[in-house]
Design a protein around this ligand. Sequence first.
Ligand code: ATP
Length: 640
Amino acid sequence: MPLPFPIERSDVAEVESLLGCDFGSDAQLRALCHEDSVDIQAAPGSGKTTLLVAKLAILARKWTSRSQGVCVLSHTNVARQEVEARLAKDAHGRRLLGHPHFIGTFQAFAHQYLALPFLRGSGREPRFIDDGHFAAAIRARPKAWHINNYLQNHPATADTLLTTLRFEGPDLTVGCEATLPQAGTPTGRAFRALKSAMADDGYFRFQDMFAYASRAIRDVPGLIDVVRNRFPCVFIDEMQDTDTLQHAFVTSIFGDETVVQRFGDQNQAIFHDVVDADAVTGFPRAGYIDLVQSRRFGTHIARAASTITVRAPQEIQGTVREPEKRHTIFAFEQGAIGQVLPAFGDLLFEEYPDGFPRGFVAKAVAGRKTGAGQNMPRHLGDYWPPFAAGHAGSQASFSNLADYARRAQMLLTEACDCAPAADAIWDGLLALAHRGNIAHGTPRLTKRGLLAALDAADPAAGLALRLVAHRLCFSVDSGDADAWPQTAQEIENALRLLMLAPPPQAFADFLAWVPDGAAAAVVGRSRQNIVRHVSDDRSVEIALSTIHGVKGETHSATLVLSTPSRRMFDLKEAIGPLTGTGDARRRERQTVARQLTLVFVGMTRPSQLLCLAMPLDHLEANEIAALEGNGWRVHTLRAG
Ligand SMILES: Nc1ncnc2c1ncn2[C@@H]1O[C@H](COP(=O)(O)OP(=O)(O)OP(=O)(O)O)[C@@H](O)[C@H]1O
């Protein structure tokens, strides 16, 4: 069955002008206009996300049904946010952000449409669906003698066993990520009773929701038809990171009568062990559309990246850009690691002598942000000691609202932009609302949803919360110790309207005042992940991140820093493919392939300038010559 409406050339022209894109390439146009189920295998920067957003924007213009919607599923919240943020810029696209449509993770979908209604129908009200909460609660809970005894005898796996206890499949069988004693033994029975008791108290792990979802599908006749009818078309983003559990879930729900279009890049699968996942998910299935032309970068980066397409060898085509920037490999002596970031900063000044263009972004990324070991470099912090690993994610999360308020004001002063500051305040207020159980177990309480619920309960309360958020953002005084009791009271008064029970302790703790001493460090830490390089009258900011943290991003310039995993260094492994030297079969080893995939994601972020940094002793003379022959500049950084 095709999409409910055909996509015409005039629709394409309209979104082209709206998004400032051109879908002139055959493959992109074919993907955009395709109306049936199809897979789209897209090289980095070939416009997978842009295409998906364009397609959704076209559907949004034509969609009239109030009972059926479009469903967009992704593996991570970051991918969801990216699609939502791009859609939000278009008045029509914004309609897809609410009922009857769904944009979210597989887990949120399983939860919202299947597991939660089923749990409620069977008299179980989840209080927390969160792996972290579950782990904290189960560690603190008094346990039966058999369990304590077993944990003491298995100290190496005790915590994993306990904190990963989960329900599996429609029979809600109990499993975990360690070895669970047999169900027939007294210890095995005690562990299963413990998991059951946690569920009775309302504590669940994310994966439990897939088990309840499959139970709901099995036990509630007609449920599957309701869901299928509700979503006639489904788009799956970042398909390469979909695991077998998520895939089984989707195929069990959406049948042949649903249009399922899957977007992904096999060569960018970095989120979990997807060793055999392709075989299971069958991505990309026969007849797929292959997008090989990157709109992000030029021919040098395309050529280099093509050599490390390990899972599905691909000749990526760049967009011809002349002249290319001086793509550089910084080869440093062990004592010169501290010179890497300054050398990258200097290169940026040289390559952009007339100033940085609008929207310029420079990032330095590495596979590893923490870790021990004898061989340097061990992790990102070795390149930049002030680096704060806990703040390497794209969004900071704090344990109290006061820190969110301080972060908002920091963003406002430093970025001179209200939007990220307001986002920080609302992130904090939503985290508070979750602790007040206002979400009633829903994993995705949005700002819009919260305000709509408040407005419906009492418009004055909705207004009060908006005003507090505004004050916290713009008035420094509202976030200080004297004003806090009043601020906290106003927030609590508003949110209490939506609470079915008195606020739990976690709510009060999150709302309580936290003195500046602790928080100053919290706020400062996010700055520690930005290197400000200054020379004469110029300066440039280089943001540090993990490679996982920049997945899907486009930068102007990216520096990939070598770090190790399992006693091998990622960039050292990449040199063989990049130079065409070494044993070609080595990359087929799982551990090597994993390293190369990570490097591939890092190397395909920049639109203009790609740099790598690695120890000099990881490079042989013939490799340096080969790299230079391939158009790289090799810049040696000497100690002393
Ligand atoms: N049709 C198009 N016209 C103009 N620019 C485009 C088009 N498609 C993509 N781009 C630009 O190319 C860059 C990469 O696009 P996008 O982020 O959609 O690629 P992607 O395939 O999702 O990347 P990744 O695989 O790395 O996640 C962006 O700067 C985007 O604006």
